[in-house]
Unconditional design. Structure first.
Lengths: 487, 225
């Protein structure tokens, strides 16, 4: 259990330290160390869970089971590699005069603040605290979206703040309804604990829980970026600094989906109908198709990949909605590979944008000729995210398709159509950026691409052969969520 | 349901629900910012009162802490901060011409009916009083959203945002006698941080577009134009 406390304590120290110490030249490196230490702590936690099974802390405040522990490790890993990328990137942004020391201080402090909120969402056993931490993640990142203080970035941050704030308020109403159903059967202070709710799910009033789930899905769905609540997402991703886009896409969206799935488990336990599943399938499929179409009409490279995030989150929501062991396994795998691939892509995109001096797609040209590493990184990343074999995204998308054909065969054509449209949408933009002649005067820049290589290698590995312990882990989590083992 | 037969606490909750609902409608039709902020503070005060009554009737001490928190945050700090912004921007004489005021009010009334419709299934498992209280809370949340849609000033948006929070708080008090203490403290912390961030944002928006009219924040589009 000490490991779990350590995971929360390290970022807390980070926030305070960075806020007090101010910005120095080595702050970026220190940020890497904080995230590195936390990654080690999460590994320790994972080993504990592997040996002992589900851990509940003594005051029942924290719950670590096979479902959230792999997300915790993933969060720490993406946080670490992003901080490695962010250190030289932010230094470069300061050199070209886009940022000052004070704003960098805010950036590093809030980077740790965001990580703390993410860990708290994942580790807490209390559905109310989960909401508080989710809102905390918005509050920590909202000033980072407007870090450059351009009119566009302020507009994006305002939109992000208002839309996510109002959206997530619905989730609080859902949580209150959940609590209302829970106090009717149990004691007050413990009634919001997930472990208690889960044990007594059969006794909870199904009507109240169904209403509650609608509010919870809308609330957390705003954070997932489900259509039609997705408006803030492309703006926030494109106007903020690139490391922020990487963690927002790779971590925040996953954690919001995690919150929805936790609530779905309660609702499924209380009702006989598959209402929660159908709602998630509907919203998921709609997001998947709409985002795939919108990919075609983007002019900004970061907006392009934000829509791709919405598309993939839609697919995961859809897969969790189908339920069943195969679909759940696929969704868990997809969460992992999407998070790894998308953060790698945002890192590459950040370098590409610095290279070209703009984020506009029609002005980024000839990346392979200027700097082959960045060009190939972007190309391979896009191939991976579009779902080409042998990358992991292919495996998980294939499994989702398989599960759909088994349970709802008439929905399979829609999935195939969406995958096709998204593929075309990505490549019509990527192809001229990567190939083609380089514009005059475009110079290679200092770029650190080994986080990208590492992420993509992992995704490739997951596509070729999922290592035994990881497969076992996913199976345990699937058992927990869907009630039976996959395959 | 005969009002006279209910105990004092239930009667108090019902009247409070009615008054909180009324303040939401008052805010909806208000074009003057200072009055809007005043009504918002009134709503906060009603919440404090509700919490105190609940704490007294149920003999629940942690609700007194919630009552104090609500009073400090929603009656003093947030209205004070917003009022200061209005004065600094010299907007206290402006009257925002609300488009389609009648339609907005009618929309508000339909939202209230809609709230009763959505929450009707819970009557089976609890009292009619609970339905009233929860439905009013939900309609305060929805009216807060409508307020944000119908007003153009950033300050009005913040008032709407915070009144959504009021609706949620009211639901938590009357339906469940307050959330567990840790959660309530966490929510109060979030509200406080949000209020401070709004203050920072006003500054940024003012330096960026020289006004707090959010209709001018229109540079970003879903697809290219």
């Amino acid at each position: 259990m000490i490991a779990a406390y350590l995971v929360l304590l390290i970022p807390l120290i980070g926030i305070v330290y960075f806020a007090l110490a101010g910005h120095r030249t080595d702050t970026g490196k220190l940020n890497i160390r904080f995230n590195g230490a936390n990654f080690l702590a999460t590994i320790w936690l994972a080993i504990n869970v592997l040996n002992q099974g589900t851990i509940i802390s003594s005051g029942k405040a924290f719950l670590i089971d096979s479902f959230n522990v792999y997300l915790i490790v993933l969060t720490a890993f993406v946080g670490l590699t992003t901080s490695i990328f962010s250190s030289p990137y932010m230094a470069h942004e300061k050199e070209i005069g886009k940022l000052t020391d004070r704003r960098l201080k805010l950036y590093y402090s809030m980077f740790q603040g965001f990580m703390l909120a993410m860990y708290l969402v994942l580790t807490t056993n209390n559905m109310g605290i989960m909401w508080v931490a989710m809102e905390g993640a918005t509050l920590a990142t909202v000033l980072l979206v407007s870090l450059y203080r351009t009119p566009e970035s302020i507009e994006a941050a305002w939109k992000y703040f208002i839309l996510c704030g109002v959206g997530i308020a619905q989730a609080l109403f859902g949580t209150i309804l959940l609590y209302y159903a829970a106090v009717q059967i149990g004691d007050g202070e413990n009634a919001l604990l997930w472990s208690v709710l889960y044990e007594n799910a059969g006794q909870l009033n199904p009507e109240i829980l169904e209403i509650a789930f609608v509010f919870l899905l809308i609330g957390y769905g705003t954070k997932i970026g489900l259509v039609p609540l997705h408006n803030w997402l492309p703006d926030a991703h494109s106007e903020g600094p690139t490391p922020m886009s990487a963690v927002l896409s790779g971590l925040l969206l996953n954690d919001a989906l995690y919150a929805v799935v936790r609530n779905k488990m309660l609702v499924d336990g209380a009702t006989d109908s598959n209402m929660a599943g159908y709602l998630m399938m509907g919203f998921g499929l709609l997001s998947f198709l709409v985002a795939a179409i919108l990919l075609h009409r983007q002019k900004d490279i970061k907006r392009l990949f934000s829509y791709s995030s919405i598309e993939h989150m839609g697919l995961m929501t859809f897969a969790f909605g189908i339920g069943g062991p195969l679909a759940t396994f696929a969704a868990l795998l997809h969460m992992t590979v999407h998070s790894l691939t998308k953060s790698a892509i945002f890192v590459t995109v950040g370098h590409a944008a610095q290279l070209a001096g703009t984020q506009r797609i029609d002005q980024i040209r000839g990346l392979i000729k200027t700097q082959p590493k960045i060009g190939w990184g972007l190309l391979i990343g896009t191939i991976a995210i579009a779902g080409f074999p042998p990358f992991g995204v292919f495996t998980s998308e294939f499994l989702v398709l398989l599960a759909t054909m088994r349970s709802y065969p008439w929905l399979a054509p829609f999935l195939l159509l969406g995958i096709g449209i998204a593929f075309a949408g990505l490549f019509r933009h990527i192809q001229p950026m990567v190939y083609g002649d380089k514009p005059e005067g475009q110079q290679a820049i200092k770029a650190n691409l080994w986080p990208v290589t590492l992420h993509l290698a992992l995704v490739l590995w997951l596509g070729l052969a999922i290592p035994g312990f990881l497969a076992n882990w996913f199976s345990q989590a699937t058992l927990l969520i869907s009630g039976s083992m996959p395959l | 349901m005969n009002i006279g037969q209910l105990d004092f606490y239930t009667q108090a909750i019902l009247s409070m629900a009615a008054l909180v609902g009324l303040t939401s409608f008052l805010m909806l039709g208000q074009g003057r910012l200072l009055r809007l902020i005043f009504v918002f503070a009134m709503q906060g005060f009603l919440l404090t009162l509700t919490t105190a009554v609940a704490a007294y009737s149920l003999n629940n001490h942690h609700l007194y802490i919630s009552a104090v928190l609500t009073f400090v945050l929603k009656v003093i700090f947030i209205p004070w901060m917003l009022r200061r912004q209005v004065m600094q921007m010299n907007m206290h004489r402006d009257i925002e011409a609300l488009k389609n005021n009648t339609v907005v009010m009618l929309g508000g009334a339909s939202l209230m009916v809609f709230s009763y419709y959505v929450l009707h299934p819970i009557v089976q498992s609890s009292s009619v009083v609970m339905l009233n209280a929860l439905a009013v809370s939900l309609s305060v949340v929805l009216l807060g959203m409508l307020l944000m849609i119908s007003h153009r000033q950033a300050i009005a948006h913040v008032v709407g945002f915070m009144s959504i929070e009021n609706g949620l708080f009211f639901a938590a008090i009357v339906a469940t006698n307050g959330m567990p203490m840790v959660v309530e403290l966490g929510v109060a912390f979030d509200v406080l941080v949000a209020a401070v961030l709004f203050g920072i944002f006003f500054l940024h928006i003012r330096t960026s577009i020289d006004s707090l009219d959010v209709d001018q924040l229109n540079k970003l589009h879903e697809v290219d134009q």
